[in-house]
Design a protein around this ligand. Structure first.
Ligand SMILES: [Zn+2]
Ligand SMILES: [Zn+2]
Length: 360
């Protein structure tokens, strides 16, 4: 009788678990671990420790950033194996609220932080960089102040763009472009495409985008570029210069390759602003004398502050920025495939999204 009753109890508990009414807590989680250049693999990892003041987020979806690709290829000095990459994420708090996380964690007490330039914090940390595990995993833990609840009207695949978008909100804020400015963008990847959209919102009346990949140029044409030119050929370079005329008021380098940086300077008008965002290569040569004669102002833009992040999220909530037609979803288990694709043949996909977990 006693044994029978125990069996019955077990049966009931098992049904409750199956119905999803009770979550079984596990110390382990699934994670996509970068183990060697061009290699990631699924592993069981310890679930992150949640320190005081922190929250645990169950990751639903994680975006693949250009910086994750640079890590995957073994080009990033701050991303060494073994490491869980990824910093763009949407997920759930333990109480079920859906949130987007600002993955750039600043100390809050150093001089740059106290001046409102948290992106320049002396001890900033980013998920998926250095010793901090990233969002290509079932769970992340981060300070409660880093998460923002999102409304039901905003799809997760849209909300996950808040982090990349924040970089451009920051760039335009520190450039402070004049009204009705002419804008050129070198590089038509995710950052170039978002620069185009934020540029339009900031009052750009004429936008040229240059890249060496025809599929990406077609995408930015669809997103509203006035002209999109393949500058991989000498003819293309001449065409870009013809369209520049006396030069653009603001030129953004969203690539970071050596030729892209020089091209950004070449397309800029005398007295104009060149904004350097791309980190493609550590060092490159540029013709300084030509730029000195034109009194180019050079602005270097890095990451974003909490206010830039909030503003980026508000733009997405308002439906003012949308590149969802150029995103693709794969599962976390398909991570190797996703990272290889974005490294070697991105095609028209601007943002690869990894689906990690479902609602709990
Ligand atoms: Zn990113
Ligand atoms: Zn700080």
């Amino acid at each position: 009788m006693f044994i029978r009753r125990r069996k019955l109890t077990e049966k009931i508990i098992y049904s409750i678990i199956q119905a999803g009414w009770l979550q079984v807590y596990s110390d382990a989680m699934r994670a996509l671990v970068y183990t060697a250049p061009e290699k990631v693999e699924m592993q069981d990892q310890p679930r992150p420790q949640v320190l005081s003041g922190e929250v645990e987020v169950a990751v639903q979806m994680a975006g693949v950033c250009g910086s994750d690709i640079s890590g995957f290829l073994g080009h990033s000095a701050l991303r060494k194996p073994p490491l869980v990459l990824g910093h763009e994420l949407v997920g759930w708090l333990p109480d079920g609220r859906r949130v987007v996380a600002n993955p750039l964690i600043s100390c809050g007490v150093c001089d740059p932080c106290l001046s409102g330039t948290q992106n320049l914090c002396v001890s900033w940390k980013l998920l998926g960089l250095g010793q901090t595990q990233g969002s290509f995993a079932e769970f992340v833990a981060l300070p409660a102040s880093q998460v923002h609840e999102i409304p039901e009207t905003l799809a997760s695949s849209q909300a996950v763009m808040a982090e990349p978008l924040a970089n451009l909100v920051h760039l335009f804020r520190i450039v402070g472009p004049p009204t009705m400015f002419r804008l050129a963008i070198v590089g038509a990847g995710t950052m170039g495409a978002l620069a185009l959209l934020v540029g339009r919102l900031s009052g750009a009346r004429d936008v040229l985008v240059a890249d060496v990949n025809d599929e990406r140029l077609a995408t930015v044409r669809n997103l509203g570029a006035t002209a999109a030119v393949n500058t991989g050929t000498p003819d293309g370079v001449v065409e870009a210069q013809r369209l520049a005329g006396r030069g653009f008021d603001v030129v953004i380098d969203a690539s970071g390759s050596a030729p892209a940086r020089q091209m950004a300077l070449d397309l800029c008008r005398p007295g104009g602003v060149v904004a350097l965002l791309g980190m493609g290569t550590q060092k490159s040569e540029v013709n300084f004398v030509a730029s000195i004669r034109k009194e180019h102002r050079v602005v270097m833009s890095f990451a974003y502050t909490p206010v830039d992040f909030r503003r980026a999220l508000d733009l997405l909530i308002a439906g003012q920025i949308d590149i969802s037609n150029w995103t693709q979803k794969l599962s976390l288990e398909q991570g190797q495939d996703a990272l290889e694709r974005m490294s070697h043949r991105p095609g028209s996909v601007l943002k690869m999204l990894l689906e990690v977990g479902s609602a709990r």
